[in-house]
Write a protein that binds this ligand. Structure first.
Ligand code: MOS
Length: 724
């Protein structure tokens, strides 16, 4: 099994992340954040800050850096800092102090005096539900409200009335922050009218577009570099405040500028996952078949309504075969930090609600939760003619149940000394998507090849995957491939987001490799070439004709060429009009709850996934493991507490709970491998996000099995498990 190509650099500290870059004459910026949640800046007094040692400049909405609204085709408009006196959340970037050293900038930022005209702030999702608004259409254009009724059924209420067994409950999920290990940061260096920006992100070409529009310079004048990204999870999709500020301040000052958010600042000055409230109602026949499913969802969003957590659309819209379906999606605008994509947006919180509800239905039916899920397996999304191209969810459940020892689960769980032990299960699903991607392939005269694309590897393993698919497509060993990514000067390779990178870039590699081989074969047979006029074939890195053979490097040398360069592009096409595509999984969890202290600990977990072809077992497994661990975190640890004044009560690593090694037992990951070549030629479907989907419900369902206590919110705390 091939190891991650970037691993040696990462573990030895040799990998240079954005903020690791330093340049002669570089100066440091520190971001100033608001300390109210809603109102207007009345004044910002920088007198003391400007007189502090080493300070070069101080910027604010009263003395702004020249920036315009940033745009890119994928994200539309992205907010840029310091352009308005309006404050809409606690912790909003409102100032930027630049000094000769980081410490000087930080000290001076502490001297800035801000006065506000404060307005009442709305910060509570539960209190804001009354003011909910219809969500805009989902990303695929689907309306926020959708009803599918079988012939002869007048309303979803009628469908429930006709259901022999009905369960209904409301579930809530917490606000989370991506909390990537690498805080959002940037180093910007101008050279004449051109700027190079070193800043972790999920798509260097999109970041270049956003920076070019914000800085009002041609796209060619912006070069974004990010070969290493210290975690992103959706939180580095858009360009961050430090990147906008560093680039604009560096232009203003004529010096390279470095800006990095502190860990605490990351919690507000970026964007996170929305909190949700979800009501689910399930109606079923006594044999478990679903008659009706309704899912009404509310999510928090910031006042700019930046992102909708598509819990209803992301889960209940597609997961199960149901004769009747009604979903709705509402948003609750609050004075809270922006919301954005976060690993499995929609599906992660949505699956907590849906998969808890399915567990409640299994209990009401007296049915095994695995059986109930298999019973309602869908062959197509409800109301759509497009069948799943490849779906082996049943097999995931069967393989998982056998491997996990599901047959030993008993209603009411079991005890082991002072521990109450329970098992829980849940379905995982994440749509298989692709984005347009272009990859460049260069064949070199020394028999090596370069596979290059602008896309990012935020820890996913894309660098290794480029090398593997490149090697396979060119039919040469992987150690002769140099993969390159994370640079906007490379062919535009789409986004490392939406679990799309392998399918998108991989398909483009195959197309580029075919082009490279076609050109090579044609060159070989050209007049004056070594195989003039012959019928040339290619295999194993060599051209063949007339019983003779040359490596591609030998051929290029014979032709007096250093290299052959091609690009290949791919984009989703006709396949989406013929089938539906999704990755699938079955999550199994064992939880132990202490009889007296009521602490809940996950003691075993297994995820079995159907994600098409697995290109690299190690990187795929690591992606899933990380997601499953995140699911445990969502279930038992993670959640931001927002105080009435909008301040985050636990917006730092001392109090925002995350699992540590001692909280996580061995994570067992299995794949059932069925290449999905109807989706793309590589046969791989996304697996970056699905690992977290369903996990929180599996944990909550196991807690219920162990204790009999049904907790309908995450994170689950000790207080939830107390008994009299
Ligand atoms: Mo992911 S939430 O698309 O980075």
């Amino acid at each position: 099994m091939i190891a991650r190509l970037d691993a040696p650099l990462k573990v030895t500290g040799g990998a240079k992340y954005g903020a690791d870059h330093t340049f002669p004459g570089m100066v440091y910026g520190y971001v100033v954040l608001s300390t109210i949640a809603h109102g207007e800046l009345e004044a910002m007094d920088f007198t003391a800050a400007r007189e502090a040692p080493g300070v070069l400049a101080a910027y604010s909405p009263f003395d702004p850096l020249k920036l315009q609204t940033a745009t890119s085709p994928l994200f539309g408009e992205t907010w840029v800092p310091l352009q308005t006196e309006e404050v809409t959340y606690y912790g909003q970037p409102i100032g930027f102090v630049v000094a000769e050293s980081f410490e000087q900038a930080r000290d001076a930022a502490g001297l800035v005096k801000v006065t506000y005209r404060e307005l009442p702030a709305k910060t509570s999702l539960s209190e804001g539900l009354a003011d909910a608004e219809d969500a805009p259409p989902a990303r695929d254009g689907a309306p926020p409200t959708l009803e599918i009724l079988e012939d002869g059924v007048e309303s979803i209420a009628d469908a429930f009335a006709a259901s022999p067994v009905v369960v209904e409950a409301t579930y809530t999920t917490a606000t989370q922050n991506h909390a990537a290990m690498e805080p959002h940061s940037a180093v910007a260096v101008w050279d004449g009218g051109e700027v190079t920006v070193y800043s972790g992100n999920q798509a260097s070409n999109l970041q270049a577009m956003e920076l070019a529009s914000a800085l009002d310079v041609p796209l060619e004048a912006v070069h974004c570099v990010n070969p290493f990204v210290g975690g992103a999870f959706g939180g580095k999709g858009r360009t961050s405040s430090p990147a906008f500020l560093a680039a604009a301040a560096a232009r203003d000052l004529g010096r390279p500028v470095k800006a990095a958010l502190t860990r605490e600042q990351v919690f507000t000055a970026t964007a996170g996952r929305a909190a949700t409230v979800q009501t689910i109602k399930l109606g079923a026949e006594r044999d478990g078949s679903l008659v009706a499913l309704s899912h009404d969802s509310w999510c928090s969003t910031d006042t700019a309504r930046s992102f909708v957590e598509p819990t209803s659309h992301g889960t209940s819209r597609e997961w199960y075969a149901t004769r009747n379906l009604a979903i709705s999606q509402k948003i609750v605008p609050l004075n809270v930090p922006p919301t954005t994509f976060m690993r499995a947006p929609g599906e992660a919180p949505g699956s907590f609600a849906l998969e808890s509800a399915v567990d409640e239905l299994a209990e009401a039916l007296g049915m095994d939760p695995v059986e109930l899920r298999i019973k309602n397996n869908s062959i197509a999304p409800p109301g759509k003619d497009l069948q799943w191209a490849s779906k082996h969810l049943d097999e995931c459940f069967r393989v998982g149940a056998a491997r996990f020892g599901w047959q030993h689960r008993r209603p009411g769980g079991r005890t082991d000394g002072d521990w109450l032990v329970g098992m829980g299960v849940a379905t995982a699903m994440f749509p298989a998507l692709r984005f347009p991607a272009t990859v460049g392939i260069t064949l070199n005269a020394d028999d090596t090849a370069v596979v290059a694309t602008s896309g990012a590897d935020p820890g996913t393993g894309l660098l290794t995957v480029l090398s593997l698919i490149g090697a396979e497509s060119l039919d040469i060993p992987a150690d002769r491939i140099t993969p390159k990514l994370g640079d906007s000067a490379l062919p535009p390779g789409g986004l490392s987001g939406g679990s799309t990178a392998t399918a998108s870039a991989g398909t483009a590699i195959m197309i580029a490799a075919t082009k490279a081989i076609d050109e090579l074969v044609a060159l070989a047979a050209d007049p004056g070439a070594p195989f003039e006029g012959a019928e040339v074939t290619y295999a194993d890195g060599r051209v063949f004709a007339d019983g003779r053979t040359m490596t591609f490097g030998e051929l290029l040398r014979a032709l007096g060429r250093e290299k052959l360069e091609v690009t290949g592009s791919s984009a989703p096409g006709e396949e989406v009009t013929k089938h539906s595509f999704s990755s699938w999984g079955a999550q199994f969890v064992e939880v132990r709850v202490h009889k007296w202290t009521r602490e809940a600990r996950v003691s075993r977990m297994l995820g079995v996934f159907d994600a098409g072809r697995i290109i690299n077992d190690k990187t795929a497994r690591s992606q899933i493991m990380g997601g499953m661990i995140w699911g445990v975190s969502a279930a038992l640890h993670e959640g931001l507490e927002i105080e009435a004044n909008g301040r985050l009560a636990n917006g730092d690593f001392a109090s925002y709970l995350l699992p540590v090694n001692a909280d996580i037992p061995e994570v067992d990951v299995q794949f059932v491998e069925y290449p999905d070549t109807l989706h793309n030629a590589v046969g791989a479907r996304g697996l970056g996000e699905i690992g977290t989907v369903g996990m929180a419900a599996a944990v909550a369902n196991a807690v219920h099995n162990a204790t009999g206590i049904r907790v309908r919110h995450i994170p689950i705390t000790i207080e939830d498990l107390l008994t009299d």
